[in-house]
Write a protein that binds this ligand. Structure first.
Ligand code: DGY
Length: 325
């Protein structure tokens, strides 16, 4: 008998077709019905869950008695209650590597856009405000040659650092839990404690995963350490940053601007950030290119099918649960 897989986000037709060849696939809402009701009804017979963007843990997985694996179509896995999955022996997989370069592209786009006021001046031009040569009050700041500070020099952090170092001749600083000698050599990157990095960098990019350690890592005290002309970019998770403290720092002109892809509450609505020209707000699209989202979905399906076939999935987040066959 085929295993049952329950999707918890939209899947593209190619992914659906591939899955249907191997499993009984349930995509709640595909028939126009109520997504939540169909998800809840199918949960007790699901052997696998596949998707992104839903919190899954003790509060909502009690009924999932058959569940063997959750395959997340994301690199981040802060949406899943890992302790509970471990307790239940449920495998969790993610999709690292395939999104590294596109997410770094987006990080750098935010940095460039905030520095050169691309989004703000695009809106200004389209609003018909361009009457004569632009006034210095609309000038941006240089990117090339400025100091780039990366908080979390993992794969994505390193890919951003490469863009800065080799594309824009930027000295690179980084902070994090451990030194990265190979990247120090490749990029000429220098390690700093967080406070020193914040004080020295012209651009600060947050690229750490969300964990108990990194929640609210950047708050009022940390923002006060940044240079007045500095720009903050967050492509990690909203909860790594105290958003109210950021808004305050921006309102008081204590930093120049920000490029944000992630927020404490998503979707972001009615935020004071919307009124700030010096802030670029994007709707959590770090990996949102056709090519990358397809690669992530393919990788997630590989992980899911491997796990359901009793094979160790390539991207196992909780190897301690793996018992093999
Ligand atoms: C990821 O892959 O973690 C993206 O941020 C989407 O959640």
């Amino acid at each position: 008998m085929k295993n049952t897989v329950l999707a918890f986000s939209r899947l593209n037709p190619a992914v659906i077709e591939r899955l249907q060849a191997h499993v009984e696939l349930i995509v709640p809402g595909a028939d126009g019905g109520d997504v939540e009701a169909q998800f809840a009804a199918a949960l007790p017979r699901a052997h696998g869950l596949l998707g992104v963007g839903r919190r899954l843990g003790r509060a909502n997985l009690q009924a999932a008695e058959q569940l063997q694996v959750i395959s997340s179509i994301s690199v981040g896995y802060d949406n899943y209650e890992l302790d509970y999955l471990n307790e239940r022996g449920i495998l969790l997989t993610n999709t690292p590597d395939v999104l590294t370069e596109s997410t770094a592209d987006l990080g750098f786009a935010l940095l460039m856009s905030a520095a050169r006021r691309v989004a703000e001046l695009d809106a200004w031009t389209k609003a018909g405000q361009w009457q004569r040569t632009v006034d210095p009050s609309l000038f941006g700041c240089d990117v090339h040659g400025k100091t780039l500070g990366i908080i979390g020099l993992g794969n994505i952090g390193a890919a951003i650092a490469r863009r800065g170092r080799f594309g824009f001749n930027m000295p690179v600083l980084y902070s994090g839990n451990s030194r990265k000698p190979a990247l120090e050599q490749e990029l000429g990157a220098q390690y700093r404690g967080l406070d020193a990095l914040l004080a020295e960098a012209d651009f600060v990019c947050i690229v750490v995963p969300l964990s108990a350690q990194t929640r609210q890592l950047i708050g009022r005290r940390e923002l006060a350490l940044m240079k007045p002309g500095a720009i903050l970019v967050n492509i990690a998770r909203g909860a790594v940053l105290d958003e109210a403290a950021l808004i305050e720092a921006l309102q008081q002109g204590r930093i120049r601007g920000a490029g944000l892809d992630v927020y404490e509450q998503e979707p972001l609505r009615d935020s004071p950030l919307f009124a700030m020209g010096q802030v670029v707000t994007l709707p959590h699209i770090g990996s949102a290119t056709h090519e990358t989202r397809q690669a992530m979905a393919d990788r997630a399906v590989d992980n899911l099918l491997a796990a359901l076939a009793g094979e160790r999935p390539r991207d196992l987040v909780n190897p301690q649960v793996w018992r093999g066959v």
